[in-house]
Design a protein around this ligand. Structure first.
Ligand code: NDP
Length: 280
């Protein structure tokens, strides 16, 4: 499995698995658990979840999927901004740990920035690290200005820098390439690309289909290979379908040529100016 280095030097898989919209339909549960377990067996051992997903039920489902496999998984969860006070973050983390059936998260993220001062959430993350309840902390949906503010706060608090910034990034959402992505790369903070398939909406695009046909691959594989074309980027596609998990894993076998990348740049234009960070 290709890996990406966190700022501490620890390696995590470049291709992981998302869980948003899992645990929403009882009849899908068996497949969703099987899909996550197959992904782990195929090396997609980074699993991203959140207290928000299915009101905690996605974490419970992940807990079931990783039972007996916990040590092979790099487990990521997120605290909601309204819970992200000093005490609120600690309680939210403890609830997540219970649902996940584990005593430690590998990475805990602030889901997006709300009204709680970043310093309070950071202090909670530090306390959780001291208590060995989380190994790394990070953020999600923070644009460049927020990252710079956080950088100053973390520096003043003697804290490490965030382990990742998880943001929306795919062929149809390239805004971060203008400033946020190079800034994170310069700091060696990986960008964890969420909705790398634009939730499936882009997969019928004729250029993606042409390139996929040329490579004997699928549009989803081309879209993921494009996200993973550069260092310091992790992708976390979600699939509750084992066949698609296998397909997504196949992405790492794909090599996009300069010609393919040109065609994609033409069809999905890179940003030429600052664009506010988009969120889903
Ligand atoms: P994705 O871009 O990963 O797309 C998921 C959708 O694509 C699902 O409907 C899935 O269906 C389908 N799909 C997956 N693989 C394939 C394939 N090979 N071919 C065709 N369709 C496919 O969207 P998400 O929004 O789920 O993003 C991924 C993860 O990122 C989330 O699950 C979540 O963990 C995280 N996230 C974080 C956010 C944040 O604010 N921090 C916001 C949004 C997402 P099926 O399951 O039926 O295969």
């Amino acid at each position: 499995m290709r890996t990406v280095a966190l700022p501490t030097g620890e390696s995590v898989p470049a291709l992981g698995q998302g869980t948003w919209n899992m645990a929403e339909r009882v009849q899908q549960r068996k497949n969703e658990i099987a899909a996550l377990q197959l992904g782990i067996d195929l090396g997609m051992t980074l699993i991203d979840t959140a207290e928000m997903y299915a009101d905690g039920a996605a974490e419970t489902l992940v807990g079931e999927a990783i039972k007996g496999r916990r040590d092979r998984v790099f487990l990521v969860s997120k605290v909601l901004p309204y819970n992200a006070t000093l005490r609120g973050t600690i309680s939210a983390c403890e609830r997540s740990l219970r649902r996940l059936g584990t005593d430690r998260l590998d990475l805990y993220l602030l889901h997006w920035r709300g009204d709680v001062p970043l310093a309070a959430t950071l202090e909670a993350f530090q306390r959780l690290q001291e208590a060995d309840k989380i190994r790394h902390w990070g953020v999600s949906n923070l644009d460049l200005e927020d990252m710079q503010e956080l950088d100053a706060i973390a520096g003043a608090a003697g804290a490490s820098c965030p382990a990742v910034n998880q943001v929306l990034y795919n062929l149809t959402r390239r805004g971060i390439e203008f400033d946020l992505l190079p800034w994170c790369q310069g700091r060696r903070i990986p960008v964890m690309a969420y909705s790398p398939l634009e939730q499936g909406r882009m997969l019928g695009h004729p250029v993606l289909r042409d390139i996929a046909a040329d490579l004997h691959a699928t549009p989803a594989q081309v879209a993921l290979a494009w996200v993973l074309r550069q260092d310091g980027v992790i992708a976390i596609p979600k699939s509750g379908n084992p066949d698609r998990v296998r397909e997504n894993r196949g992405t790492l076998e794909l090599i996009l040529t300069a010609e393919h990348l040109d065609k994609l740049d033409h069809a999905f234009r890179p940003p030429t100016r600052k664009m506010a960070l988009e969120m889903l």
